[in-house]
Design a protein around this ligand. Structure first.
Ligand SMILES: [Cu+2]
Length: 211
């Protein structure tokens, strides 16, 4: 029988000998580190405000699209670059749909008010990334990820996709407008729109929009 590279034959070398000192050390260090990270997960959640426990539910992508369309129909207040601008009332369910290659629709929220933001995708994995903050969530078709959110600052924010999703990935820039407390006047978005802005330019535009 051919011995070389055969899984049917036991290897002929020294694998059955007891682990050496370095290997034991390596296994110990890895194990301790695993345990530290294991303990950190609930700690980050409780103390650090990270890893929020959202409201998760299964949803057929087509149903999520339907819910989003209904949401747009109910609360649409305008249009921008062909995208509906939707201003839902405080406390309501807000739908943001990710699909190749857009975030749909444009949202207009009020500072200090709480909403339930539902994220899902119509086609494949996308990544919700709110600029310029470090806020990231996986957006997965088939799952409705609901988050209780309260905008704490007013302004004109961009949502980019941080999960590579194809040739138009870099064009996938969405928009969330947050109106200030008591401010009836809508925020004037900066000229140029968001649909075609690549990530870097959008980030700059978002910065400029608030200064
Ligand atoms: Cu994407």
């Amino acid at each position: 029988m051919e011995e070389l590279h055969s899984a049917l034959v036991a290897p002929q070398h020294v694998w059955w000998k007891p682990a050496g000192k370095q290997e034991k050390l390596w296994v110990t260090v890895s194990f301790v580190w695993c345990m530290i990270l294991f303990a950190m997960m609930p700690l980050w959640h409780i103390k650090g405000g990270q890893n929020p426990s959202g409201i998760r539910a299964r949803v057929e992508p087509a149903d999520f699209v339907k819910r989003t369309d209904q949401f747009v129909k109910d609360y649409k207040v305008g249009e921008e670059n062909g995208f509906p601008v939707v201003a839902p009332p405080a406390g309501s369910d807000v739908y943001l749909l990710a699909r190749m290659w857009q975030w749909y629709p444009v949202l207009r929220l009020e500072e200090g008010k709480t909403y339930t933001l539902h994220l899902s995708a119509a086609d494949l994995n996308h990544g919700f990334n709110l600029q310029p903050f470090n806020l990231n969530f996986q957006v997965i078709p088939g799952y409705d990820y609901g988050l209780r959110v309260t905008p704490t600052a007013s302004g004109d924010f961009r949502v980019i996709c941080n999960e590579y999703c194809g040739i138009g990935h870099h064009l996938m820039v969405g928009k969330i407008l947050v109106t200030p407390v008591g401010g009836a006047a809508a925020i004037e978005p900066p000229a140029g729109g968001f649909k075609v802005l690549p990530d870097a330019e959008a980030a700059v535009a978002a910065e400029g929009g608030r200064s």
